[in-house]
Design a protein around this ligand. Structure first.
Ligand SMILES: Cc1ncc(COP(=O)(O)O)c(C=O)c1O
Length: 382
């Protein structure tokens, strides 16, 4: 029997490592992996330096630095009208997701996933000994079919424990509608599911607005809301994340987290508290820049003869290139000096995303302009 490492080898992050190496080898612009190429707001860096110099360098308390815990609670209250009972600071959203799935899923339980999905979800469900029930979003709209979702819960025959939710959604860029979210809430209530909601792109919405699923009727008491500093403030390397919600759910995450990392990044937790207290103009500026990048890349994708699938949020855009995307992505650097990722890596049903390519647009405008120029000049089709 394969162990976890053997089963996971070749999945998920390997493609990002390979594509990043390919970008370096070919001198290409790397729009494969989603990290910004410039720092976040200066006052946040200054707060980190101040914390480092003022002796905030030992273990943080397990629940997190009080200033950041308070800042997260205030953020949830003032932006969304939520009043979570508890909050826990984690090593990025990644650790919150892992601890939640390990803490909440028993061996043999089912966890409902919406695909394409962020790769850590599947891996952590496997670690927990649980299994996936996958609902598929299909291009070009990536709309959630409420009947498919209900059928997935029904098929689990009472073993469904968790529904993993992610809006704004990586890799499609969808910001789900109120109607779709109400359908999710109804299924969670009807099947008594815990909703683990990954909202790391909450502030990167260009069309519409972010609604935390915990704000829907019946959901606050069954939702664990996860977010982090990385995407909203362009500090992905700091890995400061958090989760909030009912005390019993946050407690489950804490029980696992204490044996994974216990605590981490004390000075950066102080800086994250400063980030959450910044005036909104920082987020507005980031959104405006990302929206312009999105539009530049969408135009270039269309000019190259492919179909851009315009995202309402996140910093990813998909193109339907009308050809097998894995081979397309392997050849793209040599053809035009741009690296992208085949979206099928996020699908279990590989056929559903077979012709989709994901580009990250969280780079400086001049880098996006250069990448757009290279793509638009490609004339030899797919
Ligand atoms: C959907 C989603 N969730 C979680 C993460 C990881 O967040 P963090 O860097 O805070 O661990 C990412 C990063 O790409 C993501 O896209």
């Amino acid at each position: 029997m394969q162990n976890h490492a053997e089963r996971l080898d070749g999945l998920g992050t390997t493609i990002f490592t390979e594509m990043t190496a390919l970008a370096e080898r070919t001198g290409s612009i790397n729009l494969g992996q989603g990290f910004p190429d410039s720092d976040g707001p200066r006052p946040v860096v200054d707060a980190a330096v101040a914390a480092l110099q003022s002796g905030a360098n030992q273990y943080a308390p397990l629940p997190g630095v009080p200033a950041l815990r308070e800042a997260v609670l205030r953020h949830q209250r003032e932006r969304y009208g939520l009043n979570p009972e508890d909050v826990l600071i984690t090593f990025g959203a990644t650790e919150a997701i892992a601890s939640a799935l390990l803490g909440l899923c028993n061996p043999g339980d089912a966890a409902i996933l919406i695909e394409p999905y962020y790769d850590s979800y599947g891996a952590c469900i496997a670690f927990a000994g649980a299994y996936k029930r996958v609902v598929t979003l299909r291009p070009p709209d990536f709309r959630l079919d409420p009947e498919e979702l209900r059928a997935a819960a029904e098929r689990s025959g009472g073993r469904a424990r968790v529904l993993m939710w992610n809006s704004p959604h990586n890799p499609t860029g969808r910001v789900f509608t109120r109607e779709e979210m109400e359908a999710v809430a109804r299924v969670c209530v009807d099947y008594d599911l815990i909703c683990v909601s990954d909202e790391v792109y909450e502030h990167l919405v260009f069309d519409g607005e972010h609604v935390p699923i915990a704000a829907l009727p019946g959901m606050a008491e069954r939702t664990l809301t996860i977010s982090s500093l990385g995407k909203s403030f362009s500090f992905t390397g700091w890995k400061i994340g958090w989760c909030s919600g009912p005390a019993r759910l946050v407690g489950s995450v804490r029980s696992v987290k204490q044996f994974l990392t216990f605590a981490g990044g004390t000075p950066l937790q102080h800086a994250a508290a400063a980030a959450l207290a910044l005036p909104d103009v920082h987020l507005q500026r980031l959104r405006a820049e990302l929206r312009a990048n999105r539009d530049t890349l969408a135009d270039a994708i269309a000019a190259a003869g492919w179909r851009p699938l315009l995202p309402a949020g996140t910093y990813f855009i998909n193109a339907d290139v009308g050809a097998e995307a894995t081979r397309f992505c392997a050849e793209l650097p040599a053809r035009c000096g741009v690296v992208a990722i085949p979206t099928s890596v996020f699908y279990d049903d590989k056929a559903a995303g077979a012709t989709l390519v994901r580009f990250a647009f969280c780079k400086r405008p001049e880098v996006i302009a250069e990448a757009a120029g290279r793509l638009a000049r490609m004339t030899d089709g797919a």
